[in-house]
Design a protein around this ligand. Structure first.
Ligand code: UD1
Length: 421
């Protein structure tokens, strides 16, 4: 098994360019299942999760050609005849669930073994299923955990989500795109990745309005056609490098990021005392030793503070003076990084959904695990400032979501290398 070795690296400096968004490209790849004509995607990050989604749509009968050098993918979905997602792929990635909406809409049936992926909380799917049922599908979940959906023709409906789930919003919007009549989805998720998906669907001929607000209106169309699309930059990757600059008290220029997508990170970093400038070339993050102070964060659906940056932000808070509180409201079990950070000397206590961080502890290198994707980012950030060597195992989680992670970090002066055990 591969692992990462890190040493205290000093202030990071230089520039880094952000890749296309993982969480945007996964549903966009799934959306190609809705049409029978070739589609082309650009700025597709080279990630394990993207490999899995490509294999998944290939397994259904699509032809997928990836150009790694140009970060593009050409998909010909004309040969899709399958409706069963292979269990081994679904187990590896929970986001596989987003093929269910497209399969129901195109094939009239879908079989998905229950999702795996990052083990953060129960991560149920009842909101996805509620949406499919409202659109007229019959849904069955077997004792073994296989979800089966069937329908003659989906019909538009009014759907209210009890929680603005990202995946459920994506699945319902995709299914409704080919439904008969109009669907109004209320309390929809508003994440930029939803907007990117809807932009792609509209380029394919879908009629979707309101993406990025809490009410999305989808007028079903007969069929979708060929489209080309450039994926938006990854706001979580951008936030991670902003935090890497801050935790090391460095100065980093981050290119190809959209500052509007990371407003809470910018605001909270400024509250901590970091300086952030927007220039024509990108965003500069600068932090000086001795000037950073504590702050509190509470994760929320977009446009609130993103849960995916809670753990790396907590790593930063362990290094500043004063006490901070972190409240995780999106996932009930997203504190697995706390145990790992404590192995490195962090002073954190957790009660229910609230973590109290007593900052200023001297972090020291330790053997830690990337217990999930973003927990992995958190321990790497801590490792950049810890005395001695930090050894990070289970790095396949990090490789699921950060393109060229070691190269990009090393390019900023991080002392980091990937070794095979
Ligand atoms: C997506 C992101 C993930 C991010 C999360 C929240 C992808 C591939 N992943 O995950 O990185 O952390 O949004 O911003 O885009 N829930 C239910 N019932 C459901 C669906 C969800 O109770 O049917 C709950 C979940 O258990 C969780 C919360 O809603 O507590 C948020 O989940 P959701 O927004 O669906 O996240 P994902 O789409 O899985």
């Amino acid at each position: 098994m591969a692992k990462l070795l890190l040493q205290k690296s000093g202030p990071l400096h230089g520039e880094v360019s952000i890749s296309g968004s993982k969480n945007a490209v996964l549903p966009i790849l799934a959306a190609t299942v809705l049409c029978s004509e070739p589609c082309e995607l650009f700025d597709v990050p080279g990630l394990k999760d993207v490999d899995i989604m490509c294999r998944l749509i290939e397994s259904l009968g699509a032809k997928v050609e990836r150009n790694r050098e140009e970060n593009s993918v050409a998909i010909d979905p004309s040969g899709i005849t399958g409706h069963v997602a292979p269990e081994e792929l679904v187990k590896m990635m929970r986001a596989s669930m987003v093929v269910m909406g497209p399969l129901l809409a195109r094939m009239g049936k879908a079989v998905i073994p229950l999702p795996g992926g990052c083990a953060i909380g129960d991560r149920p799917i009842e909101l996805h299923l509620k949406g499919f049922k409202a659109l007229g599908a019959e849904i069955d979940v077997s004792k073994e955990g296989v979800v089966t959906g069937e329908c003659e023709k989906l019909r538009g409906a009014n759907i209210y989500l009890d929680f603005p789930s990202v995946g459920a919003t994506e699945n319902i919007v995709m299914a409704a795109s080919l439904a008969e009549g109009t669907t109004v989805l209320e309390n929809a998720a508003q994440e930029p990745e939803i907007v990117d998906l809807c932009n792609f669907l509209n380029k394919m001929g879908a009629r979707i309005k309101g993406a990025g607000t809490d009410t999305i209106k989808i007028e079903g169309v007969e069929k979708l056609h060929s489209a080309k699309h450039v994926v938006i930059p990854d706001r979580i990757e951008a936030g991670t490098y902003m935090l890497a600059a801050a935790i090391t008290r460095g100065v980093v220029l981050i290119r190809n990021m959209l500052p509007d997508h990371v407003k809470p990170i910018i605001a909270k970093l400024r509250e901590c005392g970091a300086e952030i400038y927007q220039t024509d070339e990108g965003v500069i993050v600068k932090a000086d030793e001795g000037t950073l102070r504590s702050t509190d964060i509470k994760t929320l659906p977009y446009p609130g503070f993103p849960t995916d940056l809670q753990s790396p932000f907590m790593a930063l808070l362990t290094t500043v003076e004063g006490q901070s509180a972190v409240i995780e409201t999106v996932f009930e079990n997203r504190y697995m990084h706390v145990k790992e950070l404590k192995k490195m000397g962090a002073d954190i206590s957790v009660k229910d959904r609230c973590a109290i961080i007593r900052g200023g502890a001297k972090l020291k290198g330790a053997k830690v695990a990337a217990t999930d994707l973003r927990a992995g980012a958190a321990v790497v950030l801590a490792g950049l400032v810890a005395e001695g060597v930090t050894e990070v195992s289970q790095i396949y989680h990090i490789e699921r979501g950060y393109e060229d992670f070691v190269e990009k970090m090393a390019g900023l002066g991080a002392i980091i290398k990937r070794v095979e055990d």
